[in-house]
Write a protein that binds this ligand. Structure first.
Ligand code: NAD
Length: 273
């Protein structure tokens, strides 16, 4: 058992195999807004596996939602961070460095586009709307991965969330689809850069789940209904499913998985119609 642990620790996934698979692992979760957040579902699974957790929140209003959730899983750090601001990203990573001196897992569960850019014609996306969506939903992965690298001294794992609108046209998803395409490409380039440091980078392409972010997409209910009717499994996924797959990718099961976008969509992506 001891030997197995040492081998895995070298590759930055480990955990104490005699306890939870994440025992002693330090995880920073970016992007919890409330109990429906996909980031929260992943955080809970990591907590169940014994991980030590840190969270960000965006603004005072969300702090009131995030703080009690984070405290319920014994969070060791709860810090503001708007990922569109380099100084705030620096600050939260400095906090992590001071508190833990290292990091094993980074969960990036962040996205934003202006509401007016999530309906109607993609053609009408403004320069600023395009910039904002790209900055917060895609560039922030690069910016946070860069700060995570020096803390992941024994290797580590970085996980983000995408959606099929990155690959195919999903009406109303618009600029967010373009941002997710950039995000998925960033996953591949980051995986290449960080591979020698034994840091893995992956994305989950999740089917629709009713969350705060999803509420901003026009006709989201239609997306949910379509997924239920047309997927091979004829059912929608849940936030808990995202938690399970997130834990798998961050844990020993994902040991040699990097640069990948894994579908968690009841098979929706195999359908032509
Ligand atoms: P959510 O609203 O719970 O989470 C989105 C998070 O992004 C929030 O916590 C919000 O505070 C954060 N955020 C937005 N702008 C930010 C900024 N400037 N700085 C820091 N944080 C910021 O919704 P969710 O559905 O859990 O979204 C999490 C991720 O999952 C997103 O990347 C989303 O695109 C992706 N995703 C969601 C679905 C779905 O159907 N819900 C499907 C596939 C992928």
């Amino acid at each position: 058992m001891q030997q197995e642990k040492a081998v895995n620790a070298d590759k930055g996934v480990s955990g104490n195999l005699s306890g939870g698979i994440f025992t002693g692992k330090k995880a920073l979760i970016l992007g919890v807004a409330n109990e429906r957040s996909l980031g929260w579902a992943i955080a809970r699974k990591l907590h169940e596996g014994g991980a030590r957790l840190a969270f960000n929140y965006l603004g005072d209003a969300l702090e009131r939602r995030v703080r009690p959730l984070a405290e319920s899983v014994g969070a060791e750090l709860i810090h503001p961070c708007d990922v569109s601001d380099d100084a705030q990203i620096d600050a939260i990573f400095e906090q992590v460095a001071q508190k833990w001196g290292g990091l094993d897992i980074l969960v990036h569960s962040v996205a934003f586009a202006n509401r007016e850019d999530l309906e109607g014609r993609f053609l009408n996306t403004s320069r600023d709307g395009f910039r904002v969506a790209m900055d917060i939903s895609a560039y922030s992965l690069v910016a946070t991965a860069r700060r995570a690298e020096p803390l992941m001294k024994n290797g580590g794992t970085i996980l983000t969330l995408s959606y099929y609108g990155a690959e195919k046209v999903v009406p109303n998803y618009n600029v967010m689809g373009v941002a997710k395409a950039a995000l998925e490409a960033s996953v591949r380039y980051l995986a290449y850069d960080l591979g020698p440091s034994k840091i893995r980078v992956n994305a989950i392409s999740a089917g629709p789940v009713k969350t705060l972010a999803a509420a901003g997409i026009r006709n989201f209910r239609t997306m949910l209904a379509a997924a239920e009717e047309k997927t091979p499994l004829r059912e929608n996924i849940s936030a808990e499913d995202v938690g399970e797959m997130g834990a798998f990718l961050c844990g020993p099961g994902g040991l040699h998985v990097t640069g990948s976008t894994l579908y968690l969509d009841s098979g929706a992506h195999i359908m032509a119609v």
